[in-house]
Write a protein that binds this ligand. Structure first.
Ligand SMILES: [Zn+2]
Length: 143
């Protein structure tokens, strides 16, 4: 396939995928295109695919805010949120704010927060996530 044929093929594939699995799964054309390049590379260089693209995909996701991860990998967003809440659960099943220690039985009063803000290079990884009550989260946002 030359570049022109490839572009046509991609557009057709995208346009014909109104609400089928492709669009549901990829959501955004940019991600779809990246994924398509990966597929092409897999065919051309099967040996380097495993190590390099798995790493790349992981790094790409880690650099996104949680709600963006959720658009691409809802399962991963859920896992990160669940695991973060788990880190701040005591033996009685109560959640507590990482900042002031406010405790509640439900998740509703808490936000999942990046310890190092994404603006400062923080990543969406479990080690960099904590839960804050709405008040602490608001105060952090004001700084
Ligand atoms: Zn708090």
């Amino acid at each position: 396939m030359d570049e022109c044929e490839k572009a046509k093929y991609i557009d057709n594939l995208w346009d014909s995928s109104d609400d089928n699995m492709l669009r549901l799964f990829f959501g955004r054309k940019l991600y779809f295109l990246k994924q398509f390049d990966i597929e092409m590379m897999k065919i051309a260089h099967p040996d380097v695919y495993e190590i390099e693209t798995v790493e790349y995909g992981k790094k790409y996701l880690e650099s996104l805010p949680l709600h963006e991860i959720g658009k691409i990998r809802p399962d991963l967003e859920k896992m990160l949120r669940d695991s973060t809440f788990e880190k701040y659960t005591d033996s009685e099943g109560n959640y507590h704010c990482a900042c002031c220690g406010f405790t509640d039985k439900t998740r509703a009063p808490f936000h999942v927060d990046h310890i190092i803000a994404m603006n400062n290079g923080g990543k969406s990884v479990l080690e960099n996530l904590q839960i804050l009550c709405h008040r602490c989260n608001g105060e952090k946002g004001d700084k």
